[in-house]
Design a protein around this ligand. Structure first.
Ligand code: FPP
Length: 268
């Protein structure tokens, strides 16, 4: 148990210092879009005899760390799964707490995000969020709308199945109204009706906490992404674990169904 609480990756004597490893990241094949399922907040808290929400609060600090590091590495988009369409099933107190976190995060860090040229965006069903959550996100989106650095994209009240159902409804309406022909339905049209229509597909998906599943996250968009699963709980995830995931990504051979052996082609 204790080992799990204090577990930090042991640094071997011959391991290169962090800064050297950062310098060695190949800048031309950094993932353009990284998506993260931030999992393990509750278990992190439980190990410390803290309430689950303490884990979420600590997890918010990790959001800041990974945002800054992603920006430093030149990643284009960082999508963070902050609240799923299924998370409403959690106890009311926990849901209320999670709904307050964007407000707290953005109040605390918005000046820093603006200074660092980060653009805040959101995917998910905005309309069902409490007004204070909507206002916090809307305000941050407006304040950062002209930034052209990292896109920090919160998936909030997001569910991939809901997104796919909505896409089917929208396209069916177009067909019903004779605005498109059935032969017009292709991958491009489908993508243009997803919440991520303005974003490239994730090159890399990271999930923390040892769970190995997608939990209704970006089911269409992750078709050709590289997956990295780590045992570390989200509040303990830091720049070093993030770097490890990037290093792992850069070792992968991405073929997109073809046969080339080229390592790590980022699809344009
Ligand atoms: C899953 O862990 C985590 C969540 C459902 C919430 C994630 C939210 C944050 C990390 C904070 C987000 C911050 C901002 C700024 C929006 P879990 O609670 O399911 O953990 P468990 O599996 O150990 O119980």
């Amino acid at each position: 148990m204790l080992e799990k609480i204090w577990r930090k990756k042991p640094t071997s004597i011959d391991e290169e210092p962090f800064s050297v490893r950062v310098d060695k990241v190949r800048k031309n094949s950094v993932p353009i879009h990284v998506a993260i399922i931030m999992d393990g907040n509750g278990r992190w808290a439980k190990l410390r005899n803290l309430p689950r929400v303490a884990g979420h609060h600590e997890g918010m600090k990790t959001v800041r760390k990974v945002t800054r590091f992603a920006n430093q590495l030149g990643i284009g988009v960082l999508t963070l799964y902050a609240f799923s369409t299924e998370n409403w099933k959690r106890p009311r107190f926990e849901v209320d707490f999670l709904m307050k976190l964007p407000g707290e995060f953005l109040t605390t860090y918005l000046p820093e995000l603006i200074k660092e040229n980060v653009r805040v965006e959101m995917i998910g069903d905005f309309s069902a969020l409490p007004l204070h959550t909507r206002n916090a996100i809307k305000n941050a989106m407006e304040a950062t709308a002209y930034n052209d650095g990292l896109i920090l994209n919160f998936a909030m009240n997001y569910g991939s199945r809901l997104e796919l159902v909505n896409m089917v409804k929208e396209i069916s309406e177009l067909a019903k109204d004779d605005k498109i022909d059935l032969t017009d339905i292709d991958e491009c049209l489908i993508e243009s009706h997803l919440m991520t229509s303005h974003l490239p597909e994730p090159d890399l998906l990271i999930r923390t906490s040892g769970e190995v599943r997608l939990s209704n996250f970006m089911l269409w968009q992750l078709a050709y992404s590289e997956f990295v699963f780590t045992d570390v709980y989200w509040p303990d995830f830091d720049e070093e674990y993030f770097l490890e995931a990037i290093e792992e990504f850069q070792m992968r051979s991405r073929r997109f169904g073809s046969v080339t052996d080229e390592v790590n082609i980022v699809r344009s």
